[in-house]
Design a binder for this molecule. Structure first.
Ligand code: FES
Length: 115
């Protein structure tokens, strides 16, 4: 698959907000989430490197309460927003898998060329 997939209008992911999506890639669900910090969008697969399960218990809640880190609800692993590296919890040194995301004409797209 090479066509970008439209995920949502840009305005639906505000500053310090996160949102999960489950697009279909080659016929299979491909859960990802996006976060916006300092106006920039970053996105990762919704798969914790500790136990390879989704990070969130509450839909669209991927951040710590102060919005400074990504948090796995399962065992509390913490990841940086900009690199996805685990900085606390049971998987230090491991990272979330980044996915390419872009915004164009007010829409957020998942780039699928490398998936
Ligand atoms: S599954 Fe994420 S910290 Fe254990």
């Amino acid at each position: 698959m090479t066509e970008p997939i439209a995920l949502c209008p840009s305005g639906e992911i505000g500053e310090n907000e996160s949102r999960g999506f489950t697009p279909s890639i080659n016929g299979s669900p491909y859960p990802v989430f996006a976060v916006r910090k300092n106006g920039q969008l970053m996105a990762y697969r919704n798969l914790c490197p500790h136990a390879y399960i989704p990070l969130e218990w509450v839909p669209d809640e991927f951040l710590t309460s102060d919005k400074s880190l990504i948090q796995c609800a399962n065992h509390g692993a913490l990841f940086t927003l900009d690199t996805g590296e685990c900085v606390a919890g049971p998987c230090p040194g491991q990272s979330l898998q980044a996915v390419e995301i872009s915004e164009s004409d007010g829409t957020v797209y998942l780039q699928t060329a490398n998936l």
